[in-house]
Design a protein around this ligand. Sequence first.
Ligand code: SAH
Length: 223
Amino acid sequence: MKDPQIKGIGMTSQRTRDRLVQRLESKGITDERVLDVMRHTPRHLFVDEALSSRAYEDTALPIGHCQTISQPYIVARMTALLVAEYDPQKVLEIGTGSGYQTALLAQLVPTVHTIERIPGLYKLAQERIHGLGMHNVHFKLSDGAWGWPKYAPYDAIMVTAAPENVPDPLLEQLAVGARMLIPLGSEGSIQKLSLIKRTSSGYKQESLESVSFVPLVLGEGVR
Ligand code: SAH
């Protein structure tokens, strides 16, 4: 990816990005590390060119295949919850989508594993992330409900598509002391963002705010 493209102009310029970050701060995001990576990550390169002028609005946008890139506020909130108070070394993300959330995690965590079920999105996200010179992300095309046992356990798991219940393999692949963020509930009904912590004796689940994610679809993807 060429530098001028990354830098952006007009509606994709640094000034526009700074305004988004100010907005996130006014909505209660205080984690400096998260604000900093959001200030410097070119979200406009993770959406179709026709939508790039809207990339720094605080809104979800379509990315094709009936999927969406999540709203910046919710991305910031989930990222902050994931890295708050501790320093995960190895993270598993389910639902690569555009790769934007992945790119943020890759700047905050030494190793990121990410799984997507739709081949077109999987391929494009890899190209974007490599184009930005990030090489600490491992991509897998699969049903993320199975997790990625080969590299388990993980210090943190972030799920960006909503199942009705937490898939058991993801619970099993969480290290003791680790946390998972996952939206729970069916599409169209109220979903709750849940924070699950694994302790030496079991799991603790906390229900946070209402959210709206695309469903976690089980089984392999379609082209
Ligand atoms: N973090 C992404 C969110 C994309 S939307 C972004 O901001 O761009 C959720 C993604 O989860 C979609 O790309 C969808 O294809 C993917 N997904 C849904 N069910 C899945 C599953 N079982 N395994 C892996 N990915 C899944």
